[in-house]
Design a protein around this ligand. Structure first.
Ligand SMILES: *[C@@H]1O[C@H](CO)[C@@H](O)[C@H](O)[C@H]1NC(C)=O
Ligand SMILES: *[C@@H]1O[C@H](CO)[C@@H](O)[C@H](O)[C@H]1NC(C)=O
Length: 730
């Protein structure tokens, strides 16, 4: 086959998988112009009441979905179905419970992120859901204990931005509208519906807005404004964030919907909000649009052209992903799982981070006797879905709690999978499925290894679990996990600690037990928990996850705490590793860290650049000014698997701005890749740096590339930098 023919066939294949009639191009880009042409024509046929119906939800608990609008038969527009959430269908019975966002981030694997998005999109479409309410780019996670951090992709905006874009393109390529949420500065659960967040303009751009820019660049159909205020004005009524930042600066052409009950006045229409959800408050009394919007338009409070714009944006997003042709009817409980559990297992497995492995205790090799300890080793004895919205921490932990959850179709707990494997190996297995310390010695004594399971959970603030009202109260393991590990390690010198957690916990008390030989950070694996864990514990694969946040030696080291009153984001740019670097604080395990069963050698760094200094320019397209997304520097390196087993490595590129730039974090993630390598094999990684990656935000000039020497560090974590290079920008 000639190269030309092959290229043509690939193109045909790419087109063939796109949904019929979608304005999605073969390169994954979207054609808003084509979608707008159809939407504008359709809006031209609508009455004012039709337009109001398109943008007004029709009530909480009144329709088949968590959000519903009325159908418009004249243009074959259906009753729109908006449904939670970021890891799959909430309230379904036939869907997959995908891994939470933080687990996808932990893989650092773009292909798995994209496939996860695609499969979630396929399931949503199969259920007739038009808008699946995810992914989550906020909270970004400036507080290590933030209740909903696990729904998103961690506190680095670059990693979160990549994950957002991959998820959105996967979902929308499957024909479902994505919703980037929560916009913006919604970093905690405590007082989330009254708190005002204010952040300086530079930090807004370099941290919190960054992932949303990537979402817009990826063509996201909708954005959800958040509950909190920004600078004293409700996020859903805030012109500065909705009109100025999102629509004008980032060139967002889709629609902004309110978080559920986050609208406060009818005039939010003039601030940039385009759709109200759920349409009335939970008690059904205060309706702010619907008939009120009709009056506001009639008395000139909201311009007719603005109502047209709102309706056009909603319809354009619907056309954009091809939902005007042959879309399935709504059935939230449809059976749509297909083989999607393979993605759950892969993400759960490849997101496992091996933190410690003293004396190569792992992988396990046919142990004669294995002891399993902890209530988190087994499925919740009351039933895997016995707690509404997963609002409890009983048994094995697969996700946090709240609206961003899903029922499990099945749950393979760690003990289930370990028992199966033990049977195959002829291993004797003993179990203590409680967190009581007095009985564990007899279970673990004499075992070749003892595996102890501990957890930390958090979620959305409308549910309180074991005195945790959303945000965690501290960074300790739950259920006195430190004492449990100490008791196990005192009785067995080969103790393996497995942590299932929504975010960082402080491991100091655990690591000081000499019996603790391995720490396996298994994150939030959802329904494939045990299978993923066995894959790694037994070396069917080498662990290849990397921490998507820093694990500190103490809570205080993170430098931020959940605010009791308004939050002025005084830490600015310095969150997570940016803060640890700036303040020279030694983390216990740095951002980006993760061990393998093999070793990787880095070499051959080459750096080239065509970058010029100065402010960004060019027309605004999705994501911002066009030249922000041009590649202006390239870094290549080689990575060799120098160990004896197959494995995957995540080389990470950290950039340091020249001294001419205003004070900036010592280094910032600006590239990563994941390479699967057989023993002895080598691969090349090419990092393309976009103009935006080299820029800082200047309050008057916008994005600016400073002049001087940029330093490039590439390594296996943010604190294990193996290769250094530089380039000069005049
Ligand atoms: C909020 O106020 C701060 C301080 O005055 C300002 O720097 C920032 O740009 C404002 N942000 C928005 C979105 O209005
Ligand atoms: C990796 O390298 C370390 C130190 O050089 C060595 O002790 C270890 O055996 C190597 N591991 C593998 C799997 O090759």
């Amino acid at each position: 086959m000639t190269a030309f023919l092959r290229a043509t066939l690939l193109l045909v294949a790419a087109v063939a998988v796109a949904p019929a009639n979608a304005e999605i191009m073969a390169d994954g880009g979207v054609d808003w112009d084509a979608a707008y042409a159809k939407a504008t024509a359709a809006v031209g046929k609508l009455s004012q009441q039709d337009k109001v119906n398109i943008v007004s939800g029709v009530g909480w608990n009144k329709g088949p979905c968590v959000g519903n609008t009325s159908p418009i038969s004249s243009i074959n527009y259906p009753q729109l179905c908006l449904q939670d959430g970021p890891l799959g269908i909430r309230y379904g019975t036939g869907n997959t419970a995908f891994t939470p966002g933080i687990q996808a981030a932990s893989t650092w694997d773009r292909a798995l992120m994209s496939q996860r998005g695609q499969f979630m999109g396929e399931e949503a479409k199969g259920c007739g859901v038009h808008v699946l309410l995810g992914p989550v780019g906020g909270p970004l996670g400036k507080h290590a204990n933030g209740g909903r951090n696990w729904e998103g992709f961690g506190p680095d905006p670059y990693l979160t931005g990549v994950a957002m874009a991959e998820t959105i393109q996967g979902m929308q390529g499957a024909g479902v509208q994505a919703c980037a949420k929560h916009f913006i500065l919604n970093e905690q659960e405590l007082n989330r519906e009254t708190i005002s967040s204010s952040v300086d303009d530079r930090t807004m751009h370099e941290l919190y807005l960054w992932p949303f820019a990537d979402a817009v660049k990826a063509g996201v159909a909708s954005v959800m404004c958040s509950y909190n205020k920004v600078n004293g004005t409700w996020a859903c009524e805030n012109k500065n964030i909705l009109n100025n930042l999102l629509k004008d600066e980032l060139g967002f052409r889709g629609y902004v919907m309110s978080d559920w009950n986050a609208q406060h006045t009818t005039s939010s229409a003039t601030s940039g909000m385009d759709m109200t959800m759920p349409g009335s408050d939970y008690s059904g009394k205060t309706i702010l649009w619907g008939p009120q919007l009709v009056s506001a338009v009639n008395n000139g409070q909201v311009a007719k052209t603005r109502l047209d714009d709102m309706a056009t944006r909603v319809l354009a997003a619907w056309y954009l992903v091809g939902q005007d042709k042959g879309y399935p009817g709504i059935n939230i409980k449809a059976s749509v799982q297909s083989t999607h559990k393979d993605n759950v297992r892969a993400v759960a497995r490849d997101g496992i981070v091996l933190l410690q492995n003293t004396g190569d205790i792992l992988p396990l090799s046919k142990p004669k006797k294995l002891a399993i300890v902890g209530s988190a080793a087994v499925v919740n004895p009351k039933g895997m879905n016995s707690c509404v919205d997963q609002g409890c921490n009983n048994g094995a932990l697969g996700m946090g709690w709240g609206s961003g959850t899903s029922s499990y179709p099945y749950f393979v707990a760690p003990y289930d999978a370990l028992k199966t494997r033990a049977a195959a190996d002829g291993t004797t297995i003993s179990l203590s499925s409680s967190d009581a310390t007095n009985s564990v010695a007899s279970t673990v004594q004499g075992a070749d290894a003892a595996i102890v399971f501990i957890t930390a959970d958090s979620g959305e603030g409308y549910i309180t679990v074991e005195r945790v009202a959303g945000d965690r109260n501290d960074l300790n393991p739950w259920h006195d996990g430190n004492a449990l590990v100490a008791a196990v390690a005192a009785a067995n010198p080969n103790t393996i600690v497995v942590v299932h957690s929504v975010g960082p916990i402080i491991l100091e008390n655990i690591l000081k037990n000499t019996g603790v030989k391995a720490v396996v950070w298994a994150g939030l694996p959802s329904q494939e928990s045990g299978n993923a864990l066995v894959d790694v514990l037994y070396g069917l694969v080498s662990p290849s996850g990397k921490l998507p946040y820093t694990i500190a030696k103490s809570d205080a080291d993170y430098g931020t705490t959940v605010s009791r009153g308004d939050d002025n984001f005084a830490e600015g740019l310095y969150i997570d590793y940016r803060h640890f670097d700036q303040k020279n604080i030694e983390p216990r395990f740095p951002f980006g860290f993760g061990l393998s069963y093999t070793n990787f050698t880095y070499g051959d760094i080459k750096v080239t650049s065509t970058a010029t200094s100065g402010a960004a320019s060019g027309a605004v397209g999705p994501g911002g000014k066009a030249d922000l997304f041009e590649n202006v520097a390239t870094v290549t390196i080689s990575v060799t698997n120098s160990g004896s087993v197959a494995g995957a490595e995540v080389p990470q590129l950290y950039l340091t701005l020249p001294s001419s730039s205003p004070a900036a974090p010592p280094k910032q993630l600006r590239g990563f890749d994941k390479l699967k390598l057989a023993p002895g094999a080598a691969g090349t990684v090419t990092f393309n740096l976009r103009r935006k990656d080299l820029s800082y935000w200047d309050v008057s000039k916008g994005w600016v590339v400073p002049s001087g020497t940029f330093t490039v560090n590439v390594g296996a974590s943010s604190r294990d930098l193996r290769l250094k290079g530089s380039f000069d920008v005049a």
